[in-house]
Structures are given as C-alpha cells and as structure tokens.
Design a protein around this ligand. Sequence first.
Ligand code: G4P
Length: 286
Amino acid sequence: MQYQWYPGHMTKAKRQMQEDIKLVDLVVELVDARIPVSSHNPDIDELGKQKSRLVLLNKADLADEAKNQAWCAYYKAQGSYAVRLDARNRAGMKAVQEVIQEACREKIERNLRRGILNRPVRAMVVGIPNVGKSTFINSFAGKACAKTGNKPGVTKGKQWIRLNKNVELLDTPGILWPKFEDQTVGMHLAWIGSIKDELLNKEELAMELIKELAKGYPGCLNERYGVCEEEEPAAIFQALCESRGCLKKGGGLDYGKAAALLLDEFRGGRLGRITVEAPPAGSWSE
Ligand code: G4P
C-alpha cells in the first residue's frame, strides 16, 4: 500500500515550527497512546533538542491501561516527562499543569538566579494531525480559544495562553507529519484513522487488523462479532462480514463495508481499549 502526504504543506508546517520552537523553552509533544511510535515524528527530536520535553500520551482512554503505564515508565526512563491523557477531559489538566511546572522549574530557577524576574517560561504543543492538539489546547486553556480541527492558518499572529504567572503556552500547535518509510507505521496510522481513508485499501487494512487483534487481544473479535478466532484471518473476515450482514446489492459478501465497519469500531474504541505498539521489552522498570 502507498501512503501519500502533500510535500508543500509539510515543508510550510515544518518551517513554521522551526520558527516557533525558537520562542519556547518546553516542547509538549502529543502522541497517540495506541501507537506511540508511529505517531511520533523523529524530526522533533532534532528540532527540539535544546528544549525540555513533555510527552502526552493522548487518547489514553482508547488505549490499554497497562500499556499506558508501561509507556509512561519508558519515557521517564528516557529522561522525558510523560503523562497519559484524555485531552477532552478537563479534569486531567491538573496533572499536566503540575508536570509542566516541574519541567520548567529548572528554567525558572535559572532565570531567577540571573535576576530575570518577569519572563514566563514558554511552551508549545506539537504533534501529527488528528492526535488531539487543538482539543488539548482548548481544554488546557479552559476556554475555546483554539479552533479544533487541522486547518493550517486558522490563527493569525502569535498568541500566548497564560497558564499562571510563570508559564505561557503558544496557542497554535506545531504540526508534524508522520514519517513512514516503514509500511507498518503507515498501516498503524491508518488503523487509528490518521490517514485519509480514500487513499487506502480498506480491506487489506482490515485483514491486517484482524491478524493483529487475534494475536494481541485474543477474544475481542469473538466477543464483538461472535467469530471463531482459531480460523485463518480470511475466514475470520468472512465470518465477520456474515455476522454483520454486509451484503452487496446484487448478492455476495460486501467486504468493503465490513472493513469500514471494523475500522470504524476499532477507532471508536468499541472493540475495547487496545494498544498496538508496546515499548521495547526491558527498556523500563515496572
Ligand atoms: P489535532 O488538532 O491534533 O489535529 O486534533 P483535534 O484536537 O482536532 O482532535 C482530533 C479528534 O480526536 C477529535 O475528534 C477529538 O475530539 C478527538 N480527541 C482528541 N483528544 C482525544 C482523547 O484524548 N480521546 C479521544 N477519545 N478522542 C480525542 P473528531 O471526531 O475529529 O471531532 P469531534 O467530533 O470530537 O469534535
């Protein structure tokens, strides 16, 4: 399968981010908790290398809680701050606020030592499209001051959201495009709905997802669709198609419809809380 982004947008967004990043002390990177590797663009490691880093494992409500915790431990072991989050829920923002304060403490103390009293520490949000950047900024700021949706250029000029007397957040997020020289990365992004469906072969995606679920989350397909998971993936797909009555007008099974249904239900969390990518084994302590 081939996945395509639009180079013009990518270059513009990256350039904008390079400019914005110069203005901040802390980079808050959102990744999708279901696929923290594939939803991370390694460019940010280079672009933000002089900055403090906070990773927000967003959409943690859709991800496996044991793996959320493992990922947080992993990031901490790597020297980054990390918080798991449902960006739609304001209640989770207190924890983020505390970690931002913690991550910025060194900078604040350094400023004080140099006699710089009134310079707030500045942070910006970055992440791939659809990871929840605008939702997070809205919830965090406590009011609808950032537009939801990925529309470059919605906010004109730089605006800072003052969180408290020490910390300000840039109200426009930096958009990173996912990197997928590796086809698995593209597939994982497609599973969570981060790549436009028109570009994809949904049936192939669904088949691969069936394989993954049968292996990683045994029982979930059986529970949702009543299919026998002992069968080959193609047979499971057929059984799913039948159990949901996905039929073509002229007769025969409509695999396209079944694939769309499976992907949709997976994306909406109706198959349970599922994490596709686990941190490397032995890279953190539980
Ligand atoms: P972006 O700025 O990074 O492009 O992402 P945005 O905030 O627009 O969020 C993309 C979609 O993800 C939105 O759904 C949003 O509600 C949803 N979302 C964001 N954070 C979370 C989270 O922590 N958990 C869950 N479950 N969903 C989250 P949408 O369907 O595109 O829009 P809407 O109908 O919710 O407005």
